[in-house]
Design a protein around this ligand. Structure first.
Ligand code: GYE
Length: 303
């Protein structure tokens, strides 16, 4: 019949949905897997996606968000490169009545300035990394940290969780920390510098992502030591290359951080576009991987 009953209110479907996403850039294997997951899912579902690449610059992400507002997209997504500096532009999104999803990284803003965050518990990842390091070093030794992008949520969260758990291990100390910006080549450079300064007193490396760990492995080999043996290495993400490095005995453990957030992102976007309530923080389920199961796990890895 022509009369609408409360049961058949108009709802949007995926092919009617227009979504803008302000991505950070392409700094790591994690990030490229994340971008691919978003693009592939949009294609599969028939969602119209406007994807912008900010080349690591917050001002480019802010510009992209303003252009999504001007276009009148249904939902905006952003992975904030750093935690602070978002209040003004997020308030503009709210003012325009557009739902906002923080995908992956969080922002340091009041809860009412975004609709939902979909992403990992970075503090827990840091705690797990410290647990692995303590096991590998038997609770005794000197660690250096390769940090991710300064001021980013994963750098802050992973650092906090690692330090918090270290308090349970008085025999472990952090000698030094340097930022490698989540980039492999930078991880190598910083590790080479740390080796020049601290040499053989380094027992362990906590790299805040796999890419920097892979760079550190090269630096340790060039220095003439054996990564994974002379110096234990724990990192975060669990990308395929990390499994290959574990199989080769050069990386000791990786803490999973799932980048394949595309399906959850668009499902949530559709709910928001249709005013269906969603949880404020949606977390993927993640594991810890070590050398002993790496060969068996590698064929199952999707990123
Ligand atoms: O760990 C790193 C990437 O925000 C969780 O960003 C993400 C991090 C990831 O560059 O590899």
């Amino acid at each position: 019949g022509a009369t609408a009953s409360p049961l058949d209110v108009q709802t949007k479907t995926y092919p009617e949905l227009v979504v803008g996403f302000a991505q950070i850039g392409a700094e790591s294997e994690w990030r490229t897997a994340n971008t691919r997951s978003i693009q592939d899912t949009a294609n599969q579902l028939g969602v119209e996606l406007d994807l912008s690449d900010a080349q690591q610059q917050q001002e480019n992400q802010i510009k992209a968000i303003r252009s999504f507002i001007a276009q009148g997209v249904d939902v905006i997504g952003v992975s904030p490169v750093v935690e602070t500096g978002w209040d003004e532009v997020f308030a503009e999104v709210k003012q325009a009545g557009i739902p906002l999803i923080l995908l992956d990284r969080n922002a340091d803003v009041p809860d009412d300035l975004y609709s939902v965050r979909i992403g990992s518990d970075f503090v827990e990842e840091g705690r797990r990394a410290c647990g692995e390091m303590a096991r590998l070093l038997d609770g005794q030794g000197s660690i250096v940290i390769l940090e991710g992008t300064q001021g980013s949520a994963p750098m802050i969260g992973r650092g906090t969780g690692f330090q918090e758990c270290l308090r349970e291990y008085p025999g472990l100390q952090v000698l030094d920390s340097q930022s490698g910006d989540f980039i492999r080549a930078r991880g190598k450079e910083e590790m080479a510098a740390l080796l020049r300064t601290h040499g053989r007193s380094i027992d362990g490396v906590f790299a805040q992502n796999d890419d920097m760990a892979l760079g550190a492995i090269e630096a340790i080999e060039e220095y003439g030591l054996q990564p994974g043996i002379d110096i234990k290495i724990v990192s975060i993400d669990a990308v395929r290359a990390a499994f290959e490095a574990m199989i080769a005995g050069k990386l000791n453990a990786t803490i999973e951080c799932n980048p394949l957030l595309g399906p959850l992102f668009f499902e949530t976007a559709l709910h928001l576009a249709n005013d269906t309530p969603v949880e404020k923080w949606i977390k993927p389920i993640e594991g810890v991987y070590r050398q002993d199961t790496a060969a068996q796990e590698l064929p199952r890895r999707k990123y």
